[in-house]
Design a protein around this ligand. Sequence first.
Ligand SMILES: Nc1ncnc2c1ncn2[C@@H]1O[C@H](COP(=O)(O)OP(=O)(O)OP(=O)(O)O)[C@@H](O)[C@H]1O
Length: 640
Amino acid sequence: MSQSSSSPLRPPPELATVCARERRAILWSYFWRYRGLFAAGAVFLLLTNGLALAIPAQLGHAVQLMRDAATAESSDLLSVRSEVVRAAMIIIALAIGAGIARVYSRTTIFNAGRHIEFDLRNELYTHLTRLTPRFFGSMPTGDITSRVTNDVTYVRLLFAIAFLHIVNAVVAYTIGIQRMVALDLSLTLWCLAPLPLLLFGMRSVIHALFTQTKVVQAELSNMSSRVQENLSGVDVIKAYTLQDREIAEYRALNANFYEQNVGLARIRAMLNAMIVLIANVGTLVVLIVGARRVIEGSMDLGTFVEFNGYVVALAFPTIALGWVFAVWHRGLAAFERVCEVRNYEPRVKEPGEDALTLPTAEERERLGAIELDSVSFAYEDSPVLKDISLTIPAGSTVAIVGKTGSGKSTLVKLLARHYDPTEGAIRVEGIDLRQLPQRQLRSELGVVPQEPFLFSMTIGQNIRFGLDALQFDESLTRRAPTAALIEGLLEGGERELTQEERIAQAVEIAALDADLENFEQGLDTLVGERGVTLSGGQKQRTTIARALLTDPRILILDDALASVDTQTERRILDQLKALMYGRTSIHITHRFNALSRVDRIFVLDEGRLVEEGTHAELCQRGGLYAEMYARQKLREQLES
Ligand SMILES: Nc1ncnc2c1ncn2[C@@H]1O[C@H](COP(=O)(O)OP(=O)(O)OP(=O)(O)O)[C@@H](O)[C@H]1O
């Protein structure tokens, strides 16, 4: 838990390779998807500015009328008054029209942004579900969460705010400058003269803004990761009374985040000041140059007011551009981070045209034949499994044993195709796993992992999980079984079981029935986050029941009975033997007591298959297995 402000988990190398051109193409593809909404928004913006920028002309006209009336020796005051009132009415009508068009322009464009956010979030989440442990092992969960939540929101703002204000500025400037030029070309040039200088000066500030925005977003991810990790491991922190250190480290992270944010605020303030300067420099020029011309008599007061009206009207779009710069750069930095996840290609690929299908139970009497053909595997550089060849006949029960770290769980991960072998091939029913659609393979596998994972739902919902998948996913070829798993286990013989009976049956086989009787709510008992309210053994047995419910053709128990007492273990294994008749079971275990019941035992040592045979054969051979078995027996004798 103690870590520097940057996480020790480094993204895998392929994460950082989404080039700017590719990112622009992806951005464009989202924009293009909602081009209709953006186009409608642009039309409304045109209408807004067309109406709003017609106001200065009316104002100028009214002022000139009043000025003429005031200076003329005799004038028809009534007609001047009605002309001015008419101009005022037109101004009100224009302002109302511009207001309505402005509301529609915003709702249309923001709607497009929301659509993009919705799509991006869904696509990202779907993509995340395709990724393998290699990805999740290399990126902190808090960082992933931050990308899917905060960063996607920033991308929405990039589309909505940037499009709105950039298009608005372009339209406003086009109409405004055209009218200003028509009124007075030289005054327009005076107003625009300082702009190139200021824009040039802004370049370095904009670059600093982009860099600093990325730093702040990375720091935010760091903090999210730390909070997420520390809350998950709060018991460990308390057990070692390290709360104060963790609080101090979090404060340091927070202080750094604060500093970086202050830095960002400084850059933004500088940029905003420059933008406001640009926006107001025009007014200043009009006041100095224009006022002199009015006094000299070379410009009407009405023209002066109208010209000034355009300059003032252009101030807001200019100031808004300052905001756009911030949103734009924050959005681009966020999109870069989103793309790193979105474009991460899982190493385990779906088969293409050459995809095959597993034979059905009707086609084969016994199911679950597995063959490892010279399989080697490395997570990074150092090999974990080395040239393993073994055959597990369909319908057999085997065990994989070996010292800790010898590669047993890794073998399971390869069987479930979380990773592909670096060399060699794994075949199920004679089919290379790389040719099987992952969904099909996984729907046929029941894996009970070493560390049981329960969702914060009821026990019943946790158990039903596998069944839900079979019923929910139409693309899975195998349907949820309805026949009894063990003959005669429940009353009703050959009849089809209801879902409740199937769950009750799985609960009984997993020896969870007695525990449920003690829970007031039975299957409806909530288990808290990750199942905190259950004991280790209860959690393990819940995950066993979950795996059994899908009637898998291959059941893998990865040290899944480690927290269960030997008596219960024996009961579960006996029932499993009956249940898995005709199908394959693989037990990974550190306990040798129950191994006399399995058909074959494979012994791993430092990633190599060093022995295989039955319990009796291996004991007789006097190798590693016999040595481990003898040591365990001795330990048990000493403890009893
Ligand atoms: N995700 C991973 N990334 C890198 N190395 C890993 C990863 N998972 C496991 N390893 C390494 O692979 C080796 C084999 O681990 P594995 O979990 O397969 O052993 P095991 O035999 O199941 O051990 P145990 O009996 O203690 O569960 C270990 O050295 C471990 O550190």
